[in-house]
Design a protein around this ligand. Sequence first.
Ligand SMILES: Nc1ncnc2c1ncn2[C@@H]1O[C@H](COP(=O)(O)OP(=O)(O)O)[C@@H](O)[C@H]1O
Ligand SMILES: [Mg+2]
Length: 350
Amino acid sequence: MTTTVGETGGRAPVSSLADLERAVTERRERPAYGEDALISCDRLVRIFTADGVEVQALQGLDLLVGKGELMALVGASGSGKSTLLNILAGLDVPTAGAASVGGYDLLAMDAKSRLRYRRDVVGFVWQQTARNLLPYLTAAQNVVLPMQLSGRTEGLRTKRQRAARATELLGMLGVGYCHDRHPGQMSGGEQQRAAIAVALANNPAVILADEPTGELDSATGEQVFASFRTANEELGTTVVVVTHDHAVANAVRRTVAIRDGRTASEVVRHTEVDEHGQESVVAREYATVDRAGRLQLPRDYTDALAIESRVLLELEPDHIGVWPDRPKPARPETAEAQEGPEAREAPEAE
Ligand SMILES: Nc1ncnc2c1ncn2[C@@H]1O[C@H](COP(=O)(O)OP(=O)(O)O)[C@@H](O)[C@H]1O
Ligand SMILES: [Mg+2]
């Protein structure tokens, strides 16, 4: 996107040396990008080459996820969701950029730490129910297996301790009655909930799920999603779910949309209580501003104002105005009416 900045409408002038020094200090003291996030993706790029043809699955994707978040990733088929999840799961390595989860650098891990990362830091739930559980083991045995493979011993040294944890996890997720059943004796929803128990076996920091309700009807999907919520609330596990399911996407506090290998927008929901004590969920949609300050304007907005290759920007005390690039940009009368003339000190750009 090309933008032009109006001559006087650009950034506010720095008036004195003291101001300049303060600005520099503030910038230096600002925490580094993603410093306190559990998951941090910084300009992540993943290029696949197949038969000499390059596919840019991720094109500089930025994403921060805080510890304890329960969030959804949405986006059209082919937008890069699975590519991102596979990278976060430690199954694939990005071409460029930076990515870290729980202090593990996903580009610099050696084979040994990659193995430890996949066993102990992340749990994964796939869409295909058959891919999550071994068919010849019972649900409880499936949950015990990752504990046996893990080098971690705290509280799980004995067979009895591991069996007790498996029972506890299956019970917590509402499938305690499937303890001794094989996957073939369980419904799709029961298998997915047992799969969440398997993913939680080694108490990971994060659970990643790629369309875990994609093969289920919506009522069953809701039950499976409730199990993710339970894991998040009871154990504090951070949960990232890729979903096409609107019910799931609407049930989380934060939904990030991926478009063409980049995070494009996100919806954040919070509960408001009105004067009658009535609770309602308020959703706000935000556009993503990337690390370079790039912002994608929604197509219906640019169409409505016939915005093509460039716009005029004006910095206001509390917002940025974006005006179509016309010979004489119309004054934003409504904005002026709201703010009063004293709110605008700079003369109009001509
Ligand atoms: N292993 C691969 N080899 C070549 N291209 C791939 C590979 N994996 C994914 N892609 C391509 O990368 C893009 C993103 O795919 P994907 O991450 O699976 O999207 P989504 O999960 O959002 O549907 C698609 O164009 C897909 O064809
Ligand atoms: Mg996918």
